[in-house]
Design a protein around this ligand. Sequence first.
Ligand code: SF4
Length: 316
Amino acid sequence: MSHVYGVVPSRRLGRSLGVCTIPFKTCNYACVYCQLGRTTNMTNTRQTFYPPEEILSEARRFIEAHGEESFDVVTVVGEGEPTLYKPLDAIVRGLREMTGKPLVLITNGSLLFDRELVEEIKDFDIVMPTLDAKDEESFKRINRPFGKLTYEKVYKGLLDFSKEFKGEIWLEVMLIKDYNDSDGFLRELKKKIDQIKPARVYINVPARPPAESGIEVPSESAIEFARTLLNAESIENLPVSSFTTSEKEALDAVIEIIKRHPMSDKDIRSFVESQFKEESVTGLLKRLAENPNVEKKTYHGNNFYRYVLATRRSGG
Ligand code: SF4
């Protein structure tokens, strides 16, 4: 399956069935912390990358095979930015016909100034946008947006959306050492967040290999300060071993996961040992290392594996 991936456990959402609407690493940002690596398909144009029925039929097949009781929410998410897909309202309508479970959209929030998009996503139950920057300078430094996007336009879009959206907004902040973790920066960011009045705020940190070097997790005291100031909760990473998959082969299952979520040696070992008991972990790690679509990176003393487009690797 390429648009639907198995149920992923999440402390925020419970068991989440992911629906991906866009091709790999298609985004209008190139965030320095992106765990998917550098943006290979930078675009700001919303497109029908796939017919809605292609995406929906995969979701239907998954739900028929595993039952509605196998997940708590359906999350529309991308290996990049899902709001670059249109028509998202067709996806929402189709999913509503299949399940009564809440529908969640995870987005970088960059296109909420677009009236057509706002109309398409109005029936989601929860929208989870990101806000890491407080002004144009920090926006350019952290999120490195597509040329025409300005902080003012993006922030105003988010603010206007927050006033008319009937569901809940859960805002996420990626906290990066020496980028946006100083007391002064966070106080300015708080003023921006307060105007949006999100139902919840979450703090994330770059715990997996980022797109750029020099991206580090802030100190415990900075994280604690941000948590208290923003009245936020931290996102804790759950063990990858508890992911479930619809893939029959261990290698395919690992590759499907690392497209969205890089895995360490340890993650792969516990995932394979819990779900593919017959498989040799050593043999699988060797095959992963030989796969041209898999990149191995060392971060904080651990080996991580993430998906890359083979053409990008061979092209340097
Ligand atoms: S973190 Fe999200 S918004 Fe930023 S570059 Fe990666 S996919 Fe795009």
